[in-house]
Design a binder for this molecule. Structure first.
Ligand code: C2O
Length: 541
């Protein structure tokens, strides 16, 4: 096992896109940022220096941070932000993990421009479960705003409405020819006819869930959220923000130039936008450079059936270890809330985020970030920053569950609080997520830090234990699950990684509105079941 060193300098960089030049925050002046490469079981050390004017942290999405939760990165959960001019070194092991991950800022909406790939190869000599392809490429889906993303968050919260759509979708930072001034701002892969390619797809976008496909080509999914899947051949994939998928694609079509397209499946609150896809090229050697690219056909906006077909195709390749018994069973409603206001016209002094009208919640609790990190409060036993009474089911009073789907209840007010759920070490946990129709029903990509979980079931409508079918044989092992629109998803995992772990919707505006909670997993008894000490230089608030 070796140690990999990286230096991340968070700094502002001038970029020109969409006929417009502006400053964005990047890492090492790169957009997307630098790729971190490692092998399974390697140690990764990354010194992050914040030279930007904003508070920053970096999260290593999908990496379980075994016994090192203070290097996980979510601001006010495991650390306070790295302030402008300060530095912090993240140090962790890729303990029994390999595959496609990514890293991103985890404070305000900074991850809109601060993100990059994190690729972990198997240990030397350990084969892939498929014939290793001719070449591999990282494909990061993103969203680009002409506005500063940190200010954008403040504005959206103040507006009380949904976020505006991005000015462009991007593939590896490039919008492609469908957008103004972007004919040459396009990503391209040159392919050799007959060869097979591994594409490592990452959705780093803020607020959109996206389809991806390549004109006339089949994609074979072999990995989802950095765990191998049974090969599943399809013409398209859908990735919510926070999801990664590896696909194999063979250049088996007539020599030509083909579009790789990224287009929207669903947006936060169904917000209207121009239905323009980001395009990159999958270009055969021998194709005329100026030839027109063959268009890729993506499903329509809100095509839930297309998404279900892809989900149904995801099965774990390797033997699974799904807990057969459950010690802790949580039923968690997720949804948006229109909050009560003390003054109605104009709406002022509301109970939403920043006194606005909007909130989002789990079990009708809208998560409020504390002023110091939950981790610090927990380990130093400092009272007053959180309570450990996150309810195991929705609060009766609000009774949202019957609202799903599309049946809007009268009372959509959520309570505000920093309520966490404490789990015993080794407890076997089941969580049923239920999407509710408090404002709109939509697909929420729920992400759990510190763990992967088995997705043992999902369906539309209200969860019904009598009719729900669970797959305990080969369920996919994920870290982000798109809970179906107005539907439910069931996950299971064993709480064997002590620490403070954020669980939240990876749609950024929903996170801003409080759609999350924290799971604190207690130490076990054995030496390898207990957290050592946090680093002395962990940033303070
Ligand atoms: Cu990818 Cu809490 O994040």
């Amino acid at each position: 096992r070796s140690t990999r060193f990286y230096e991340f300098k968070i700094q502002t960089t001038r970029v020109t896109k969409l006929c417009n030049t502006k400053e964005i925050v990047t890492v090492n002046h790169m957009f997307p940022g630098p790729v971190v490469y490692a092998q399974e079981d390697d140690r990764i050390i990354i010194k992050v220096t914040n030279q930007s004017p904003y508070n920053a942290t970096i999260h290593w999405h999908g990496i379980r941070q075994r016994l090192s939760c203070w290097f996980d990165g979510p601001s006010y959960i495991t650390q306070c932000p790295i302030q402008p001019g300060q530095a912090f070194t993240y140090e962790f092991t890729m303990f029994q993990q390999k595959g496609t991950f990514f890293w991103h800022a985890h404070v305000s909406w900074l991850r809109g421009t601060v993100y990059g790939g994190l690729i972990v190869y198997p240990k030397t000599g350990v084969p892939y479960p498929f014939k290793y392809p001719y070449e591999e490429h990282i494909i990061i889906l993103g969203e680009y705003w002409l506005q500063d993303v940190v200010q954008l968050e403040r504005q959206v919260i103040a507006s009380g409405g949904p976020p505006p759509p991005a000015n462009a979708f991007t593939i590896n930072g490039h919008p492609g020819p469908n957008y103004n001034c972007s004919g040459n701002d396009v990503y391209k892969i040159d392919v050799v006819p007959g060869k097979t390619y591994l594409l490592r797809l990452i959705n780093a976008g803020l607020n959109m869930e996206n389809f991806f496909g390549i004109a006339n080509h089949k994609l074979t999914i072999v990995e989802a959220d950095a765990e191998y899947t049974k090969p599943f051949t399809t013409t398209l994939v859908m990735l919510g923000p926070g999801q990664t998928v590896n696909v194999l694609v063979t250049a088996d079509q007539p020599i030509g130039k083909y579009s790789m397209a990224m287009g929207p499946y669903m947006s936060a609150q169904g917000v209207a936008f121009q239905n323009i896809s980001a395009i990159a090229y999958f270009q055969y050697l021998g194709a005329l450079p100026n030839s027109l690219s063959l268009p890729a056909k993506l499903p329509n906006f809100n095509d839930n059936l297309a998404v279900k077909t892809i989900m149904d195709g995801l099965k774990s390749l390797n033997p699974v270890n799904v807990p057969k018994e459950i010690d802790t069973n949580l039923f968690v409603t997720i949804g948006l809330n229109v909050q009560k206001c003390r003054s109605k016209t104009p709406q002022k002094n509301c109970q939403g985020v920043n006194n606005g009208v909007m909130a989002a919640s789990m079990n009708n609790i809208s998560f409020v970030k504390p002023n110091i990190s939950v981790l610090e409060a927990f380990y130093k036993k400092i009272d007053g920053f959180y309570t450990d009474d996150f309810p195991g089911a929705p609060l009766k009073f609000y009774d949202f569950v019957n609202g799903a789907p599309n049946n809007i209840p009268n009372n959509t007010n959520a309570a505000n609080g920093t309520r966490v759920k404490v789990l015993e070490y080794g407890s076997r946990v089941q969580i049923i997520f239920q999407d509710t129709g408090t404002l709109t029903t939509e697909n929420h990509p729920i992400h759990l830090h510190g763990y992967s979980f088995y997705v043992i079931g999902y369906g539309t409508g209200n969860y019904n234990p009598q009719t729900a079918n669970f797959n305990l044989v080969d369920p996919p092992y994920m870290n982000t699950i798109g809970v179906p629109v107005g539907g439910w998803a069931a996950i299971r995992f064993t709480a064997d990684n002590p620490g403070v772990w954020f669980m939240h919707c990876h749609i950024e505006i929903h996170l801003s509105w409080g759609l999350g909670t924290v799971l604190i997993v207690k130490n076990g008894k054995g030496e390898l079941e207990r957290l050592p000490h946090p680093p002395a230089d962990l940033p303070r608030c």
